[in-house]
Write a protein of this length. Structure first.
Length: 202
């Protein structure tokens, strides 16, 4: 029982760090992360927050998982819903609190580290995945493809969708810049490093 509670605490800490990391990266003004780019663009088009659109997109990701996984999706994976709601609220809160910051590259570097820590903590907890990662896992298992390759394809598709929406509704591309590439390149190695380091104390 204690072990299970500890794993959920790690997952909760991972959610907090992930939301903070994405907020820092976004606040840097050099583009946001691939997974957050559609929500960011939609928040620039419509009068909803980035966190609110993140929850909506996560609901779509959950529906995709349910379609691919069938009965295996229920009931545990339904816990992704409250996790997504908490994540969306945290994302909006951190974006608001960090709005006065005006140190782009520091925010971007710190955001990559905190985001990597968040992913590593979620992986260490091993109890649940946020819907975006869960959808990637469901697709990779259903199609018997490598998780890493599916993740890359997923991120590319999200960035492309964000770029198209931005161009159609705003007339220019927003939220996708050099920071998006930096986050994509660094988050994986950083999360692995944190996971391996923290795993020694688990």
């Amino acid at each position: 029982m204690r072990g299970e509670c500890r794993r959920w605490r790690l997952f909760a800490a991972g959610i907090v760090c992930t939301a903070l990391g994405i907020a820092l990266v976004t606040q840097a003004g050099r583009g946001t992360s691939a997974v957050a780019s559609p929500a960011y663009v939609l928040s620039q088009i419509f009068p909803w927050s980035m966190g609110a659109f993140t929850v909506c997109i996560n609901l779509g990701m959950m529906a995709l998982q349910a379609l691919l996984m069938g009965r295996a999706f229920f009931p545990r994976q339904l816990l992704q819903l409250p996790a997504s709601l908490v994540f969306g609220v945290l994302l909006d809160m951190f974006c608001h609190l960090l709005s006065p910051l005006r140190v782009p590259w520091f925010c971007l570097a710190l955001g990559c580290c905190v985001l990597g820590l968040g992913v590593g903590l979620q992986r260490l907890g091993g109890v649940l995945l946020l819907p975006s990662e869960g959808a990637v896992l469901a697709v990779s298992r259903r199609l018997r493809l490598d998780f890493g390759r599916v993740k890359v394809g997923f991120d590319v598709a999200l960035v492309a969708a964000a770029a198209v929406l931005s161009w159609i509704f705003l007339g220019y591309v927003t939220g996708i810049r050099e920071g998006t590439l930096v986050v994509a390149a660094l988050t994986g190695p950083i999360s692995r490093g944190f996971y391996e380091w923290l795993h020694r104390f688990a």
